[in-house]
Design a protein around this ligand. Sequence first.
Ligand code: ATP
Ligand code: ZN
Length: 226
Amino acid sequence: PAIESKRLRIAMQKSGRLSVDSQALFSSCGLKINLREQRLIAHVENMPIDILRVRDDDIPGLVMDGVCDLGIIGENVLEEVSLQRQLDQENFDYEVLARLDFGGCRLSIAVPQEENYQGVQSLDGKTIATTYPRLLARFLKQQGVNARIVMLTGSVEVAPRAGLADAICDLVSTGATLEANGLKEAEVIYRSKAVLIQRKGLTDAGQLKLIRKLMPRIQGVMQANE
Ligand code: ATP
Ligand code: ZN
């Protein structure tokens, strides 16, 4: 008798900027999901797939630790977690199956509007608040700038006004939030989109076959959206 495959586990953001588009992608690929609100796990009715709904920050680790097989995550979070795990000597392997057509944003350094910003050297000796300390540190190092990084997990854009920092490094899509907080965009340090990632070392034949069946559908949905 054939050995039965384990169900494929896919991690997606439970609620936030990636969740509606992630869900729509699954639906377009033919997955029938009963997403009852407070549930962590949703079973796909017509395929051997379970959807795990978690905070986006947890998705890279779940895939890198092999707890989930696939995940949809913003490259900004993926890269940040990856750099951090590298430093912590934890496993940071994964494979990108597709760059998706949603979740677009940029990670930028912003400074007070009244500041006479003259380029990256203006940041020398400054304190910069961010949720992305590793990506920021990498950028500053590449640019040869010495600045102090302060880690904040929320309300980063109010840090300069609150006297906690001279500048910030945060996600921007339209710039309206920056403006509302008296800030202006000074440097784009990273451009991000959502990606579909797979854990390394996935060998289950049934699971691989299922992924091979889903990939052309995902590519098809993205072409249709162009
Ligand atoms: P969670 O509760 O899951 O931790 P969150 O508050 O950290 O959610 P969201 O604000 O929902 O995260 O953003 C999730 C991802 O959406 C971001 O990491 C980024 O990749 C993408 N994104 C797209 N546009 C924006 C934007 N304008 N601002 C912030 N993130 C954006
Ligand atoms: Zn988050």
